[in-house]
Design a protein around this ligand. Sequence first.
Ligand code: PMV
Length: 335
Amino acid sequence: MPSVTKDSAEARVPPAGCRALAHSNIALAKYWGKRDIERNLPDVPSLSLTLAALSTTTLVRFDPDARADEVTLNGAPAEEGAAAKIRTLLDRVRREAGLAWHAQVITGNDFPTASGLASSASGFAALALAALGAAGLSWPSPAVSALARASSVSAARSIFGGFVALEAGAAQAEPVAIDTTALRMVIAVTQTAPKKVGSTQGMLRTQDTSPYYEAWRSAAPRIYSELRGALARGDLERVGEAMEQSTLCMHATMLAAAPAISYFSPQTIAAMDCVRDLRAAGTFAYFTMDAGPHVKVLTLADRAERVRRELETVPGVHRVLVSAAGAGARIVEEP
Ligand code: PMV
């Protein structure tokens, strides 16, 4: 961090700080693996849908009198791991702005904190936008996306609304202009597994030890292209098939790591079976899972209630959320 503060930088800083909101996103074509660990660049392309129902709101305020950065997460002081990642992003913004002041960061999710859905995607997207605004910087969305990506690759995608793509090795995500109004994502929150491997640790272990990593690395771009092409043609069945293949390939690759990485719980398997049964009975529904036991289901607006009802009958499914596509990250006024 620079030790001297530029006058022009101080003059730009809004004393009330800046508040930003970002939605979470779920990848249909998954990212798993880092091309460049230092720069945090993805090894495979991914394509996601931003979700209206899950969001993080973050206030950042640079304060000339603060003695240290202070981070409050969902009403409590952030634990050191999360606080350190947040400070790294703040340091990047301070360097860009020529600012030496510490910051107060207050961040919260609008979805149940204990649900295990808390995603770094909405968190770092909201933080990137709020920190830039609080430092008096106004960057174009691709640059905000690159700043968020340096902290969390999936956060790069939450800067944009609707469908969003992030190419392999790319610094920033880009929006994919395809209508999302007919689609819904139904999220089955299952029992949280007792122990969770963080995504960075999980990826590095997969890259280092899974004999299937090279197979994943060559399959993922093909699945991504297939999915993106099917989306452009409006072939939703093919989109769903590619989406399921993407998540199953990703999980198969990590199951083969040493020691194995398994995010599935018995409820995950039961929810996947429920989706297959729905499909066999003629309902458009396809699943995907991330670095946790929850199951996310792509369906149509007029099928979402049926999918929700069926998932609610799966033993071990705690609650089911239905989400439409969401907009990109934005600066918001006082709540
Ligand atoms: O960028 P991270 O650390 O949130 O990793 C995201 C990894 C997955 O959620 C499993 C896949 C993805 O593309 O979002």
